[in-house]
Ligand binder design. Sequence first.
Ligand SMILES: Cc1ncc(COP(=O)(O)O)c(C=O)c1O
Length: 412
Amino acid sequence: MMEKQWKLETKIVQGGYNPKPGEPRILPIVQSTTYKYDDADHVADLFDLKATGFFYSRIGNPTVDGFEKKVALLEGGIGAVATSSGQAATTLALLNICQAGQHIVASSTLYGGTFTLLSSTLKKMGISVTFVDPNASEEEIEKCFQPNTRALFAETIGNPNLNVLDFAKFSKVAKKMDVPLIVDNTFATPYLCRPIEHGANIVIHSTTKYIDGHATSVGGIIVDAGNFNWDNGKYPEITEPDPNYHGLRYYETFKEAAYIVKLRVTLLRDIGATMSPLNAFLSVLGLETLHLRMQRHSENALELAKFLANHEKVQYVRYPGLETDPSYPLTQKYLPLGASGVLCFGIKGGTEAGKAFLNNVKLATLVIHVCDIRTHVLHPASTTHRQLTEEQQRASGVTPELIRVSVGLENI
Ligand SMILES: Cc1ncc(COP(=O)(O)O)c(C=O)c1O
């Protein structure tokens, strides 16, 4: 079957799992940690990475494999590794090529958890980061690079700023500086945007969001485009012998799949941030309707954004699909099918008005989550960011009047 030639909608519904005669039509939940073998040499070859096959579910499982193959197909990658959460995906994606004494350049408009992962946890591990305004010029972004910089990181649609990434600018800088561009594509999903087509080398997701889409399963995934030349002198962990596998060289042995194979057989093996088979099953089930959901999320959000933009109690609206939004030119270029389902607006009256709004919504629910089929609202200043001073809140993009809406699939 020529899966790669299928249209995206067909890949979403049918891709990733191809049962042989007599096998279940639906990707089965293989709730097994272990796999049976008859031959000791075969098992030894599995351990030496000379044979492929499942041997322990921390490193690979048939249900998780079906999910990984579907997401890799949708993103246009050559392989993927699913993880226990989106945070685990970002952590492993970076640790696979960065170690103590090295450095990352990242867009400053990131999900708060990613920001603290980089600024605090990875910092404690000896990896430093320079945050750059995504509106900075090519030259300004280049100035953030050091000889020890190993990756450039950004989100397709920033959370919660909702700025759209200028892929042309970021991928040009990454190429010039000879490091991979790693993109968090959580808010856009591969239906609305495929970062690899715009120069990304690695794509990650919190699959907890639109990929599952129903708020059932925390998960993450790392997709490898297979398009980065690791043999440029900066990534000896990929090109030089690994004593843990009797001197195996990932790049020489696995060629363009070196990054993703290494991630699985070293980091997933050692850290164990594995996705469970049940979560993979539920994530595939959700993913099978991604195209329909993302169309409706985008339509509903655009209509709500237009309604709010004309509302007397609303100060401003941020939605990348609004013609008046600063990101609109980038939306037209990179998100032609829709700008996804999350919007922000400023309510007149600041924090008190924000709290009053939350206490009076009738249908939308107040939850600390975005990107599923139900409409959710959040007032960051009185919830997620309440420990910060107003000044600190403003620095992180959270103003007292800001309300974030994750627009669901109800009738608009
Ligand atoms: C853009 C983005 N990336 C990553 C994450 C982290 O994902 P998870 O909550 O699955 O660990 C989130 C979570 O909200 C997110 O919004």
